[in-house]
Design a protein around this ligand. Sequence first.
Ligand SMILES: C[S@@+](CC[C@H](N)C(=O)[O-])C[C@H]1O[C@@H](n2cnc3c(N)ncnc32)[C@H](O)[C@@H]1O
Length: 294
Amino acid sequence: MTRQPVRSVISSAADALASAGVPSPRVDAELLVAHVLQVDRGRIAFIPFLTGEQGSRLQELVAQRAERVPLQYLTGTALMGEVDLAVGPGVFIPRPETELLYAWALGYLEMCGMHPPVVVDLCAGSGALALAIAHARPDAQVHAVELDKEALPWLQRNAGARQQAGDPAVTLHEADATAPGLLGELAGTVDLVISNPPYVPEGSDVAEEVARHEPRRAVFAGEDGLDVIRPLVRNAARLLRPGGGLAIEHDDSNGAGVIGIVEATKAFREIEQHFDLAGRPRFVSAIRTIGAAE
Ligand SMILES: C[S@@+](CC[C@H](N)C(=O)[O-])C[C@H]1O[C@@H](n2cnc3c(N)ncnc32)[C@H](O)[C@@H]1O
């Protein structure tokens, strides 16, 4: 294959993606071209041609994207806070909306003034929240809990890469975040529990990328989407010290449901609903009261 002008390659890739129903075809075409060229998207305007080899590689990627393989599985990376994470088949792709919970978590750690704080990320996936916090708060002792055997290698790989980049080690636990007695050695000592667990009600409409390519265990959580959150909140109550913070992301249909679950433990005060930029309920935060966990 001969070299091809970048502009026309982008146009035909965007057309192919649009025909396949990809929601943002032009942006995705540009990001795939940037990936093939190994430059930032903003630099592609300065590169006139793709080599024959780059053109072939792009064609393969466009064909996969047209099959609704998530863009991040093709480029291999996703972002949380200031941390780049490796992602691919088998692991959930961190979402921009989770940045809201991450920002709340950093604000809480700043406000509570603990040095060093103990932080537990339940349902850690690629390690997005745990590793972003470890990067932003190198004084923190961060624990990440993940159950899925396919997600764990991604978590280990990302944790290793962050350590190599100079961040402190995060303690990884292959464990069920809903199991009674989880992390018993930390009970009553944790300053912050954060979680973006699986929370979509079974049978909900989800994007084809999610339905066909992301792990089901990462997304769905029973008929009402609360099967993981219910027991996870009980574990959070047991792990947190009095005054410790909790933040859990949830489905936008379940704001009141999650508040009800947190209230029912009688172990929290200042239970608050937080909304995303579109005004949808996105996560709940709460502060552990003094008193025994249920
Ligand atoms: C929605 S993903 C979120 C991953 C990550 N926290 C993020 O924000 O990108 C939920 C993760 O929880 C894991 N998971 C599901 N059930 C679990 C359980 N009972 N215990 C621990 N992890 C679980 C899934 O494998 C998946 O990696």
